[in-house]
Each structure stands twice: as structure tokens, then as C-alpha cells.
Write a protein that binds this ligand. Structure first.
Ligand SMILES: Nc1ncnc2c1ncn2[C@@H]1O[C@H](COP(=O)(O)OP(=O)(O)OP(=O)(O)O)[C@@H](O)[C@H]1O
Ligand SMILES: CC(=O)C(=O)O
Ligand SMILES: [K+]
Ligand SMILES: [Mg+2]
Length: 604
């Protein structure tokens, strides 16, 4: 074995040292430890000093490290201890392009009529889709269940690791479903009726259903009615009971369930609809459905405050513990076909930032969530469009600082719904999101109902790769000051280890960072540093592995491992070498959340 650096932090037993040397980056957190040399080699063994006031936190060798204190430890998945699982597409990319050139930015595709068939889903998986999003605004639960099952089947049979994100409808004002039509054209000067009435025998011509009962009361003659933030505009000309007559002033295509906002004297009107609950009763049923189906992410639309996120997180945990509920839910929703019950409680809750209120309470909301989405579609309907880019940058920054994954969504490649190539402006927009180092980019209509879903995904992939390479070569990345976020001393150790490991990885130009993490917390701390090399995240459960799919630069592997790091490393090297994913001489930094250590070594 070649050179290695090994820093151990432990109280009780002596870990076996590797050949080691000291490197600079450790400073604050280890100043409280004494340095002891053992053996004749230049090993460095950092041991807690006798005077340490808080020795308990150092007994992290058995999984009780920082992350374990934050998250409930996921139940281990029984698996073959001699195997390693990684997404088949990532594996192929690694082999083809080498470590350094693997894609760091993650890609999400909204699944709709254009992409719901097994072969279409597979084409997206092959094209680099990391997460499939289902939008509960559209389609039936039955339809979504079918999509989930198809994705799961592809994962099992073809070795992909595509995670599922369920997006709630939310209770903002939107149109009905156009009586089954895929779209309707509103022409300049046409008179349309927006109504809260239920039409049992089909929609009359030029009539739109509105989901919000207070609509006819809240609008006033003279108000401007914007569909999808201005894609189509109407002016309110007359109110007749539940019907509101409007004249089209900006013609365009009306899509089913499009969002509606109304404006008076240049300002968004937020009357009683501002009191609508973030999670509607229909959303709660969809959430139960998502929990029962074991989706990895639930994205909450139109979040207004941190409270709703906290509420949902405790609801998910309570549901997960309630086995009777789970069993009855499966029966009532007619759910069959899970060989193994999914690990419910580690569903990540993603806050969609798409309202004025969410901007006001941004930090608390993001702090309470497991990630956020810059949902530019609706956001751009609530604030002036020219304000969206700076809000995007701010949200991306806050998420990075608070260590939460962030998704940039909507209209990235809008023209590709109809055309096979993007506009130059769209490519520039995608590039900017990659340059901001968002964790993930999302396709909406482009993949859900566009004519070129695979081509759109290819554009995201190639632009991501190009921009990532450019900034690595040019070292253009502005150093972002990352504030400490740990809430305990044990967490601080993890954080310092990850910050140091990432810095060392850049300075030493290592090929990859390996992280052994049961809950995924250390992997996300490393991802937060956005190091130059990819991060191989080894974790013991399939659900954690899939959730790590959303985070920048992480290549998640499922592997069963022990507390013995030397053993883990040897096993990993052997398995990865056997699959041709690493070779002798590759330089690797390894960290773990069981035995908190940093090791630098060449693959033997
Ligand atoms: N499951 C589906 N079934 C039918 N059409 C869908 C489905 N999912 C998405 N679409 C179509 O793709 C378009 C874009 O999808 P997207 O998820 O961005 O929805 P959206 O209605 O714009 O709302 P949101 O603000 O929730 O993103 C939708 O307007 C709809 O026409
Ligand atoms: C994605 C989404 O909900 C939006 O952009 O509005
Ligand atoms: K939605
Ligand atoms: Mg939205």
C-alpha cells in the first residue's frame, strides 16, 4: 500500500494505523486532542486528552457519530455482504470518462404522458435521470402508482437507482382539467367564462372551471387574470353569480390545471385565498399514498412557513411507526406488490419556494426542510419576473449554507417542448444554474408532455458536464464561505473532517473521496464543500442510497460494511477493482462516520 494519511479520533481502543503523514487542514477541532505517535511508522493517532470535558462524543466508532444523533438510523437492509450496488448508468459513465469527468449536477425529470411507458422511462434512466418526479396536480393516483412501479421494476431489473419525488398539488387557485382536452387556445378579444360551478354534463364552450370557491367573490371587474404567470391574460369584465366573464388580452395556450393569479392596480391580489391551507385534504391523501408507496421525496407546493414542513415531517414519522395504519392503507389504496416494505420514515421533505410568503420566511423554511426547490414557474407569477434570477441565486446560496440540497426548476428548456434544439438563452440559463452549483436541475413540461424529452435531458447532461469541466479547469469557483452548522460538538467534528477532507482533496488533486456513512449525513457535508473530485458515498440501505441521488457530486453505492475501516477499504477496493471502476494507483481520501478519520491512500 502506498502513502496514506490517517487521523483517528477515538477514546477507547487503538485503531490499526496505516503509514501516515500529517497534513495542514486540521485546525480548530483537533486542537483539543493530544497527538501520539505509535509504531515506528510516522503514524498520527489523535486521542482525546484526559482533560477533555466531553469525552462521550468521541466514542463515535460504533455508528453513534454526529449523523446518528440527527436522524433516526435507518433499519439495515438485509443484503449480500460481498456485493456492491451502484447505478448502472453512473458505472458506465465512470468507466468511460474516468472519475474526474463524471457529472456532478443531478437531473430530475417530471413524468407525464410523453414519458410514462416502460421504454420511455428506461430511455430517461439511460440518459441520466437521477430522480423521477410525479406531479399530483395531474393524473390519477392509479396512473402515478403505475409509474412508480415501473421505475422500481427498472431499478431492480436493470440496476438503475432512480429515486421518486412526489410533488403535491397545493391549494392555490388553478383551473380545472379542460374537460379532458390537452389544451385550449384563447384568442385575442375572446370572451371566456371562469366559473366555480360544477358542470355535470361537460364544460360549455369557452368555459373554465376554477378550483377556489371564493373566486367569484374575490375578483373585481377590471382585475387582470393571469394564467401561468402571464402565458395568457384576461381582463375581468363582468361578474354574474358564480360566473366571471373575462376578455382575453394576451392570447395563448391554456393547459389543464394551470395556475391562476389575479392582479389589481399592478399588485397581486391575495384576499382570502392567502388563508388556504398549504396542504389541502386532497394533498394529505396524496401524501398517504406517497408514504405507502415509499417514495424517496415529497415536495410541498406553495410552502408559506416552516410550521407546515415540521408538521409534515412529524406526520411522516408517526405514520411510519403506525404499522396498523400502513397495513390498512395498503388495503384501502389497493397497494400490492411490495416484496419488502419500504423504509417509510426517511422520506425527505422538499420545500417548494414559489410564493411571496416562502421568500419572506426563507431561512426558517429551508432549515426545517430536507431540501428546497426554486419553483420558478409559480414564483414568476407572484413576483416580477426580473426578480426571479436574484431570488434563485439567494435560495441556492442559503441551501448550500444550511447544507440542504437545492433544485432549480421550470422552463429551463421550455422551447424544447416543441423544438428539438434549445435556444441560446435556455442554454445560458442552464449554465448559470450549474455555475451556481445547484444540486439538481429539473425538467417539467419538456419531459412530461414535450416532443423531445430525451433530447432535453441530453442537453441538461451535456451542459452540466461542460460547465463543471470549465470551472474545474479555470478554477473560477468563487470560494463560498461556509458557516458552521453543527448543533453539537460531535457534529462539529464531522463538519471539520468533511471540510478538511474536501480541501485536501482539492490540494492533493485526488481522484475521489470515499465516505462510509449510514445515514448519509457525512456524504452531504462533503457534497456541500463541492470538491473538485467526485464523492463515492457508501451506505448500507437502498433508501439512503436513492436519497443521496439528489445531491451534488455524490455517487451513492449500497454496500454492507463494518466498523473496521481497514477492512471496509480493502473490501471496497477489491469490489470496485473487480468491476473495473478503480485501478491500482488511484489516489483516494476516505472518511467515515463510524470511526471519524481521514485517510489518504493510493489504491493498492
Ligand atoms: N401526470 C401527468 N399527466 C398529464 N399531464 C401532465 C402530467 N404531469 C405533467 N403534465 C403536463 O406537463 C405540464 C408541465 O408539468 P409541471 O409538473 O411543470 O406542471 P404544472 O402544472 O406546470 O405545475 P407545477 O407548478 O406543479 O409544476 C403540465 O402543465 C401538464 O400539462
Ligand atoms: C415546479 C413548480 O411547481 C413551479 O415552477 O411552479
Ligand atoms: K405541483
Ligand atoms: Mg408550481
Amino acid at each position: 500500500m502506498a502513502q496514506a494519511l490517517n487521523i483517528f479520533i477515538s477514546t477507547s481502543h487503538s485503531p490499526k494505523p496505516l503509514i501516515s503523514y500529517r497534513s495542514a487542514p486540521f485546525s480548530t477541532s483537533i486542537s483539543r486532542f493530544s497527538f501520539i505517535k505509535i509504531h515506528k511508522k510516522t503514524s498520527l493517532f489523535i486521542k482525546a486528552s484526559a482533560s477533555d470535558p466531553n469525552p462521550a462524543i468521541l466514542t463515535s466508532d460504533n455508528g453513534a457519530g454526529s449523523a446518528a444523533l440527527q436522524d433516526p438510523a435507518p433499519s439495515p437492509t438485509v443484503s449480500d455482504s460481498s456485493s456492491i450496488e451502484v447505478d448502472a448508468v453512473t458505472e458506465a459513465e465512470l468507466k468511460e470518462n474516468g472519475f474526474r469527468s463524471t457529472r456532478r449536477t443531478k437531473l430530475i425529470c417530471t413524468i407525464g404522458p410523453a414519458t410514462c411507458k416502460p421504454e420511455q422511462l428506461e430511455a430517461l434512466a439511460v440518459g441520466g435521470m437521477n430522480v423521477a418526479r410525479i406531479n399530483m396536480c395531474h393524473g390519477t393516483r392509479e396512473w402515478h402508482r403505475e409509474v412508480i412501479q415501473r421505475v422500481r421494476k427498472l431499478n431492480e431489473e436493470k440496476g438503475y437507482a432512480v429515486a421518486i419525488m412526489m410533488d403535491t398539488e397545493g391549494s392555490e387557485i388553478h383551473m380545472g382539467d379542460l374537460g379532458g382536452a390537452s389544451s385550449a387556445k384563447a384568442e385575442d378579444g375572446e370572451i371566456w367564462t371562469f366559473s366555480v360551478r360544477a358542470f355535470d354534463s361537460g364544460l360549455p364552450e369557452h368555459t373554465i372551471n376554477v378550483n377556489y370557491d371564493g373566486f367569484a367573490e374575490d375578483v373585481k371587474v377590471g382585475d387582470e387574470l393571469l394564467v401561468d404567470g402571464g402565458m395568457v391574460r384576461f381582463e375581468v369584465i363582468e361578474k354574474i353569480g358564480p360566473d366571471v366573464k373575462c376578455r382575453c388580452t394576451d392570447p395563448g395556450l391554456l393547459l389543464p390545471r394551470a395556475n391562476l393569479t389575479f392582479w389589481r392596480d399592478g399588485s397581486l391580489v391575495r384576499e382570502r385565498n392567502a388563508m388556504l391551507p398549504t396542504i389541502s385534504s386532497k394533498d394529505w391523501l396524496d401524501i398517504d399514498f406517497g408514504i405507502a408507496e415509499g417514495v424517496e421525496f415529497i415536495a410541498i407546493s406553495f410552502v408559506k412557513s416552516a410550521e407546515v414542513i415540521k408538521h409534515l415531517k412529524s406526520y411522516i414519522q408517526a405514520r411510519a411507526r403506525d404499522r396498523v395504519f400502513m397495513a390498512s392503507l395498503k388495503v384501502s389504496l389497493n397497494i400490492v406488490g411490495h416484496e419488502k416494505p419500504p423504509v417509510y420514515y426517511d422520506i425527505s421533505v422538499i420545500a417548494k419556494i414559489e410564493s411571496i410568503d416562502s421568500l419572506k420566511n426563507l431561512e426558517e423554511i429551508i432549515q426545517a426542510s430536507d431540501g428546497a426547490m426554486v419553483a420558478r414557474g409559480d414564483l414568476g407569477a407572484q413576483i416580477p419576473l426580473e426578480q426571479v434570477p436574484s431570488e434563485q441565486q439567494k435560495i441556492v446560496q442559503v441551501c448550500r449554507q444550511l447544507n440542504k440540497p437545492v433544485i432549480v426548476a421550470s422552463q429551463l428548456l421550455e422551447s424544447m417542448i416543441e423544438y428539438p434544439t434549445p435556444t441560446r438563452a435556455e442554454v445560458a440559463d442552464v449554465s448559470e444554474a450549474v455555475r451556481q452549483r445547484a444540486d439538481a436541475l429539473m425538467l417539467s413540461g419538456e419531459s412530461a408532455m414535450g416532443q423531445f424529452p430525451d433530447k432535453a435531458l441530453t442537453v441538461l447532461r451535456s451542459v452540466s458536464l461542460r460547465i463543471e469541466k470549465w470551472w474545474r479547469e479555470e478554477k473560477r469557483h468563487e470560494a463560498m464561505k461556509l458557516p458552521g452548522i453543527a448543533s453539537s460538538y460531535a457534529d462539529r467534528i464531522s463538519e471539520e473532517i468533511c471540510n478538511s477532507a474536501a480541501k485536501m482533496a482539492n490540494n492533493l488533486e485526488v481522484d475521489a473521496i470515499f465516505v462510509y456513512t449510514k445515514t448519509g449525513h457525512m456524504a452531504s457535508l462533503l457534497s456541500r464543500c463541492r470538491p473538485d473530485c467526485p464523492i463515492f458515498a457508501f451506505t448500507t440501505t437502498t433508501s439512503v442510497r436513492r436519497r443521496l441521488n439528489l445531491q451534488w457530486g455524490l455517487i451513492p453505492f449500497r454496500l454492507s460494511f463494518s466498523d473496521d475501516m481497514e477492512n471496509n477499504l480493502n473490501k471496497t477496493f477489491a469490489l470496485l477493482k473487480a468491476r473495473g471502476m478503480i485501478k491500482s494507483g488511484d489516489l483516494v481520501i476516505a472518511v467515515s462516520d463510524m470511526l471519524q478519520s481521514i485517510q489518504v491512500m493510493n489504491v493498492p
